[in-house]
Design a protein around this ligand. Structure first.
Ligand code: DGJ
Length: 693
């Protein structure tokens, strides 16, 4: 007996075929099918042929492919009994509850296994959320459990996954499909710079603005495994789960993190927009949703560990004058922390630096009209700390492990550790007017174990329950812990330790495939970048930061009069526009000039936009190539104007219209021909504002 179910959200249809005696399989996922589609015919049409060299029936590529049914690729579930004997699951009885989304419960009575698969579709964001849960009659050792397994399109030549490193996060890699497995496995114990848990599968020819694309994100902060496999019969599957073998204790219940899926026929942007909206409107919980995102000042690159009250208050004065609204005191305020060799874990205020506690600084900051935030790195400990001396048994991993940034990791699975951290963080939040935490995590785990991330999630949940107005920023040496799991517990990510605007322009552009502007921190760094050594003009640094959640991180005492004027002006522009930009879609533009990274932030109602065209290098050709816009109404007329025409270089001698005046052009023209910008130096950003008339 076969039942067929469909999930629709207006942008995609997913069809699930459910036989009562086996696991369901996705027989269609992609562009919306007509409501009248005969789903039995879809199931029938899905069956592929059999020829020489094949089994007499093709094993299902089900939502959890089973080794016990001769599936020849990676199974969705690998486990063994307590004595180590492998269990080959074979689910033989399935029931479906379609009252809200789809809940599929399948049983393997012989092995005492119950597999539950949930699908929920969001008609506003066009993201499907799915999850797999395994219950077992007796404790088992889990080696691998995939979130619902999806078929991948055979019309794609390659897939795009995401790697990175410190100061160069969100690198997009194209890997051709070939027979066999392309695996990304993150064994660092955090979502990591190295392997962001996301995947895009563009159908051949798709670009940012056109064509079809499929996208995946696994919402887990403890490290994941991704398998993209082509079977010998040509079928393809995508699996995501917790990094294999990181659920180290035998148990009777296991659950994957949510897997987020979306499909678009408007290029990779369609997927990006779905994820951006879903993160902003569904995943993140905002303590004060109606308040504008405040401009940040973070003191890290100004003073590092050298916390001195007169210096900090002077910096705060200057930051506030520039337009900052939240002052974040970074690493160095606790224990005896003069450098990174000591004191992590000793979360009490350093009386040498703050003899009267934090009150004088906080009062000063509040007096300037800013709010106050503070840095913690809760999961970490230095061996040179009172905490480590008192509780060496709280340290995760072997005594002779390799340290990272001179530090070790606390065992977050221990309730005592979580209580200690809760008490110390809560004391600071309770004693002072602190409404923001920058939560850092600067080293990988000695060995990955899922209970570590679960422990962190539990601590975050407790703190958030007791301090619901406190916002949290997820940082891990920059962008080492960015995923929808941490974002369901935090409100901002520190995307990268690179404040080099050239690097940042690229990183945040690629991160926009998954992240909305509202959560993506971007700071104006020092004139000479501390991590690249590059010197960049304040205009470029300011505009790059203004593309996302804006902040400053340089020592404001280094700014000259021109830099102060530029930064104040761009910051005011950001404040004037932040309310609509927070809810805008970031649309990556198909720039015909490889030196130009361009994006269009389009207001939710389509009535206005801003285009940022950042030129990170000198172009091959002399004159700028027309920049095609996207997602406009072809029949509508838009007034476009160059916001920062004051930045036109003397070497630009021509009569490019936008230099002198706004232009009124149709959406069709802007999307088909594109806008013609003036010539500029490299390391400059053009900012074009558009309004629908
Ligand atoms: C790494 C972070 O990414 C930086 O922004 C800063 O907070 C340092 N840690 C502090 O140690």
């Amino acid at each position: 007996m076969l039942d067929v179910y469909r999930l629709d959200d207006g942008q995609q249809t997913l069809v699930l075929a459910v036989a009562t005696d086996r696991l369901p399989q996705v027989v269609y996922w992609g562009a919306p099918l007509p409501p009248t589609e005969d789903l039995d015919a879809v199931c029938a049409a899905h069956v592929i042929d059999i020829t020489g060299g094949m089994l007499d029936e093709n094993p299902d590529l089900s939502i959890c492919p089973e080794a016990g049914r001769s599936f020849q690729g990676q199974p969705g579930l690998i486990l063994s009994a307590g004595d180590g004997a492998p269990i080959l699951p074979k689910f033989t009885a399935t029931e479906v509850d379609a009252s809200a989304g789809l809940k599929v419960v399948s049983k393997d009575a012989a092995n005492g296994l119950t597999l539950t698969i949930d699908f929920v579709v969001d008609a506003q964001t066009h993201v499907i959320t799915c999850q797999t849960t395994l219950d077992t009659r007796i404790p088992v050792q889990l080696h691998w459990l995939a979130a619902p397994v999806m078929p991948a399109p055979q019309q794609s030549i390659d897939m795009i996954d995401v790697s990175g490193r410190w100061c160069d996060e969100f690198q997009l890699n194209r890997t051709p499909w070939t027979p066999g497995i392309h695996m990304r496995e993150n064994r660092t114990g955090r979502s990591g710079h190295e392997h962001f848990p996301g995947l895009l599968i563009p159908i051949s020819g798709a670009t940012d603005t056109s064509g079809e694309c499929y996208a995946f994100h696994y919402g887990w902060s403890g490290g994941h495994t991704m398998i993209a496999e082509e079977l010998q019969d040509g079928r393809r599957q995508v699996q995501f789960g917790h990094a294999a073998r990181t659920q180290t204790t035998p148990g009777t219940q296991f659950q994957t993190a949510p897997l987020y899926l979306t499909y678009s026929d408007s290029g990779m942007n369609g997927c990006a927009v779905s994820f951006q909206r879903h993160v902003r409107d569904r995943i993140v919980t905002w303590p004060k949703p109606d308040q504008p995102r405040p401009v940040h000042y973070n003191c890290w690159e100004a003073v590092y560990f050298d916390h001195d009250l007169p210096v900090l208050t002077d910096i705060a004065d200057r930051a506030a004058a520039l337009g900052a609204e939240r002052f974040v005191l970074d690493d160095g305020w606790f224990g005896k922390r003069n450098d990174d060799t000591t004191s992590l874990g000793d979360w009490t205020i350093d009386p040498r630096k703050f003899p009267d506690g934090l009150t004088p600084l906080i009062d000063h900051v509040l007096g300037l009209g800013m709010t106050f935030g503070i840095w913690f790195e809760p999961e970490m400990v230095n061996q040179d700390s009172d905490l480590c001396r008192a509780h060496p048994d709280w340290v995760l991993g072997p005594a002779d492990q390799i340290a990272g940034r001179q530090q070790h990791v606390l065992n977050m699975a221990l309730p005592d550790v979580r209580d200690y951290l809760y008490d110390h963080i809560a004391a600071v939040l309770g004693d002072y007017d602190v409404y923001y935490i920058k939560w850092d995590h600067n080293r990988v785990l000695p060995a990955p174990d899922a209970v570590q991330a679960e422990g962190t999630y539990a601590l975050l949940a407790r703190l958030r329950a007791d301090f619901p107005l406190v916002e949290i920023e997820s940082c891990a040496s920059g962008g080492g812990r960015i995923d929808f799991g941490i974002l369901s517990r935090t409100q901002r990510v520190w995307l990268s330790d690179s404040n080099d605007a050239i690097e940042r322009l690229r990183i945040q552009h690629d991160a926009a495939l998954f992240l909305p502007s509202a959560v993506t921190g971007s700071h104006v760094g020092p004139r000479v970048c501390h991590t690249s050594g590059r010197t960049l003009d304040i205009t470029f640094r300011a505009w790059v930061a203004a593309q996302r959640h804006m902040g400053f991180e340089m020592d404001p005492r280094e700014l000259d009069a021109r830099e102060i004027a530029v930064l104040s002006e761009v910051t005011q522009w950001w404040k004037d526009n932040r309310d609509w930009m927070r809810f805008a879609d970031i649309l990556r533009l198909d720039s015909a000039d490889l030196a130009v990274t361009a994006e269009q932030h389009l207001a939710a109602d389509g009535g206005r936009f801003v285009v940022f065209a950042g030129k990170s290098a000198t172009s091959k050709q002399i004159a700028p190539r027309p920049l095609r816009l996207t997602a406009l109404d072809p029949a509508a007329i838009y007034r476009i104007s160059l916001k920062n025409r004051a930045e036109i270089a003397p070497l630009s001698r021509g009569t490019t219209a936008l230099k002198d005046r706004p232009l009124e052009l149709s959406g069709a023209y802007l999307m088909r021909h594109g806008i013609t910008l003036p010539w500029s130096f490299p390391e400059r950003m053009w900012v074009v504002e558009g309004t629908r008339l």
